[in-house]
Structures are given as C-alpha cells and as structure tokens.
Design a binder for this molecule. Structure first.
Ligand SMILES: C[S@@+](CC[C@H](N)C(=O)[O-])C[C@H]1O[C@@H](n2cnc3c(N)ncnc32)[C@H](O)[C@@H]1O
Length: 280
C-alpha cells in the first residue's frame, strides 16, 4: 500500500469516528510510523508503507479513534522551538501557552542582572524550559503539585540539557517556597469544576489536576495573586494564562496598593486570556 491511499483511508476512518482534523492526525501518525517528515508524505504519496510501519500506524489510529490526544500517541509536542516529551502524566502544552511564554520573555528582557523565574504548575515544564533556553543565565524554579508531572518535567529538563539550572519543587501553594524571583509565570488549572464533565474526550484524558480550577476556575490563580507579592523581587511580575473572562476578574480583585501595573493581553483569537501584574 502507498502513503497516499493509506492516508485517505485512515482520514475517512478518523472522520467517521468524529475526530477533528482527521487528515492532519492521519498524516502525523503515518509520518511517525514511517519515520519520515510529514511534508514528505504529502510531496510523495507513492511512498511504500511497509507491513511493520502499517502495524504501528494502525495502533496509533485505534488510539486516536478512542479519543487519545495525538501528542500522547506520538510522545511529544513542539512548544515554540523546543520539543517536549509528553504522556498521560501531564497536560499537552497548548498554542496559547506559547503566547504566554512569549509575554514572559518580553518581561524578562526588561530586567537587568541575573534573572530568575518560577513556572508555577509546570506540568511537562514547557514554559519554564523554553524561557531557560531563551535566557541562558536564567535560574528556574519548576513548581508542581503532581509528583508524576514533576518526574516528566525532570526528564524534559535533562533531555534539553537544562537540569543544572532548574530547581524542582513539589508544592501545592506558593507559601512554602523559599526566596524571590523576577517573574512568576503560570498556566494554572482554570476550568470551572462544573464545566469539566462536558469537555471533549481528548481533554478528559488529560490529568484532572491540570484542568480543575475549582468552582469558578480561579482557586489556584487567586492563591498566586494573593501570595506572589512576597515571592517577587522589586518590580517583579506575575503573568498568568486564564480563561477569557477570568483574567479581568482576577486583576480587578488585586489591590492597586500592591500591584503597580495590571493589564490583560489578548491571545491570537482576540480573547483577553492573559493577566499581567507587576509589583512596585
Ligand atoms: C493547566 S496545567 C499547565 C501545565 C503546563 N504549565 C502547561 O502550560 O502545559 C496546570 C498544572 O498545574 C498543576 N497544579 C494544579 N494545582 C496545583 C497547585 N495547587 N499547586 C501547584 N501545581 C498545581 C497541575 O498538576 C498541572 O500540571
């Protein structure tokens, strides 16, 4: 069987199972099974698919049909210009979180001297590790409540050659974390508990702890806003990713006597998803 026919049959099968972006998913799975870049498949549909590759591809297809995120099947997710290992221990990093990391980098560029940052709720570690790659002197605290996620982050730091600059901390509140940093960046769980049962199967296969933000989704974000001032250096910032309406609500509750600059930033879809606040 050639790549073109394999792909068209698989895409039809995924579409029939209700999988979004069926063609793209089929392309990534076949590219992985064959070990050739995805675009090569499109450029050369006559490429032969060996029996071994076909077996691997069919396994991936079946998992995709069952609603597993593509990144879990492949075992990785690209995040800006780094590749992050992901599996069911961690949330799959999203495109909007790449934007959060960009905002964090823009803030760090305004700081002088040795840089330090904390990635709170670090999951796979994507945000903090990309920042550590961008800023070679940066010292990073990677903080996580889930021991399994922290283990995945440690594997990623080692693979990216960053372990020496990263302190891994298992914690469920900022309160217990020693020292101060220039930046606390976080993509906390922010989905309201009541919304979770209605989420797509793909999302529901990700760790509940990475999704559930409590009644209004803001439990962890509120804790960060309340405790961050004592963990930030002078002029330091807290930058968070939240749901659209949540960023404004959270910032409004943060006292102007402590936070000198507060603003939302839009994501690429025009949603005011990011909360930025800086202390004096
Ligand atoms: C939305 S995920 C973000 C993961 C990763 N930073 C990313 O952007 O892909 C939220 C992460 O926060 C962790 N988490 C949840 N509650 C926490 C808490 N109270 N303290 C620390 N981490 C927490 C979850 O285990 C999960 O890894």
């Amino acid at each position: 069987m050639n790549a073109g026919k394999t792909l068209s049959e698989a895409a039809a099968r995924l579409a029939a199972a209700g999988v979004d972006e069926a063609e793209l998913n089929a392309q990534w799975l076949l590219s992985d099974a064959l070990g050739v870049p995805r675009l090569n498949l499109l450029a050369d549909p006559s490429l032969t698919v060996s029996a071994a590759a076909l077996r691997k591809f069919k396994k991936g297809l079946a998992l995709k049909e069952q609603g597993l995120p593509l990144a879990y099947i492949l075992g990785w997710q690209d995040f800006r210009d780094i590749r992050i290992k992901v599996d069911k221990r961690v949330l799959v990093p999203r495109p909007e979180t790449e934007e959060l990391a960009g905002l964090a980098a823009a803030f760090l560029k305004t700081r002088k001297g040795p840089l330090s940052a904390m990635d709170y709720g670090s999951g796979s570690g994507a945000i903090g590790f990309w920042l550590a790659k961008e800023f070679p002197g940066l010292r990073l605290k990677s903080v996580e409540k889930s021991a399994r996620a922290l283990a995945c982050a440690a594997e990623n730091a080692a693979a990216l050659g960053l372990a020496a600059r990263v302190e891994f901390i298992r914690a469920s509140t900022l309160e217990t974390i020693a020292g101060t940093v220039d930046l606390i960046v976080s993509n906390p769980p922010y989905i309201p508990t009541g919304v979770i049962p209605g989420l797509a199967p793909e999302v529901l296969s990700e760790p509940r702890m990475s999704l559930d933000g409590g009644g209004d989704g803001l439990d962890v974000a509120r804790m960060l806003a309340a405790l961050a001032p004592s963990k930030l250096k002078k002029g330091g910032a807290l930058i968070m990713e939240l749901g659209g309406y949540q960023a404004k609500t959270l910032l409004a509750a943060m006292p102007a006597s402590i936070w000198k600059e507060k603003r939302t930033h839009k994501d690429l879809n025009g949603i005011k998803r990011f909360a930025f606040a800086r202390i004096g």
